[in-house]
Write a protein that binds this ligand. Structure first.
Ligand code: SAM
Length: 225
């Protein structure tokens, strides 16, 4: 998703208290930052992140629904992030912060075991084989996620792109993860669809009649002995 340059977007993002300008300085300290903003001493709230959050409807809705969870939205394009910032400036949720940065830099942003859940929604498909490593569900990216997730932490991925979904399922085992649940038709899968929050892309593509695929994965348990 790339929007045309939006006038003033850069300035709004630079001035917003909800966008963290130098996120590397909070590596290992996200929980403390959120606690300070909440005005609480409790640093035990879990941290869930969305990579490629787009205009932010999904994460904003989750943050409203789950005040005990801290949410961090990551988006690489200023013009897209701007839409998410506008939503958050209106709602001023204490448990939602936004970053304009790239997934490639994740290991500089988070410590080991700092993140409880990663959401990937309608990630760019990078259809050319030579670009497979750029897909956010490639084994290369999954290994990066393993470096920041708690051992029981999950990655939740939704897409209407069947080829990308099949590719992603194949990457799970080589990356040291296991599938907890998967469906090729989320909106007709009662169990997996319970509590589903639609993203902007999900609404658009399901509206065209496309089935939505979803998988939930977790790092495979290391065998004992
Ligand atoms: N998640 C939203 C949804 O479902 O409506 C947006 C989906 S859009 C197809 C993918 C988004 O991911 C775009 O906004 C794009 O800029 C962002 N993105 C792609 N690669 C990224 C990366 N490596 N790091 C951060 N954001 C990325």
């Amino acid at each position: 998703m790339r929007l045309r340059n939006v006038r003033g977007a850069r300035e709004v993002i630079a001035e917003s208290e909800y966008v963290i300008a130098n996120p590397e300085q909070y590596q290992g300290h996200w929980r403390e930052l959120f606690s300070k903003r909440r005005g609480e001493a409790d640093t035990s709230h879990p941290l869930h992140i969305e990579i490629g959050m787009g205009k932010g409807r999904f994460l904003t809705t989750l943050a409203e629904q789950n005040p005990d969870i801290n949410y961090l939205g990551i988006e690489k394009f200023t013009s897209v992030l701007y839409r998410a910032v506008q939503k958050q400036e209106e709602k001023q949720l204490k448990n939602l912060l936004l970053l304009r940065t790239e997934a490639e830099l994740l290991e500089n942003l988070f410590d080991r075991e700092e993140v409880n859940r990663i959401y990937l929604n309608f990630s760019d498909p990078w259809p050319k084989e030579r670009h497979a490593k750029r897909r956010l569900t490639s084994k290369e990216f999954l290994r990066r996620y393993a470096g920041i997730l708690v051992p029981s932490g999950t990655v939740e991925f939704k897409t209407d792109n069947r080829a990308l979904f099949d590719f992603s399922l194949e990457e799970v085992t080589p990356a040291g993860f296991e599938v907890l649940a998967a469906t090729y038709d989320l909106h007709h899968d009662e169990a997996m669809c319970a509590g589903n929050v639609m993203t902007e892309y999900e609404e658009r593509f399901s509206g065209k009649g496309n089935a939505i695929c979803k998988m939930v994965i977790r790092q495979a348990a290391v065998p004992e002995g």
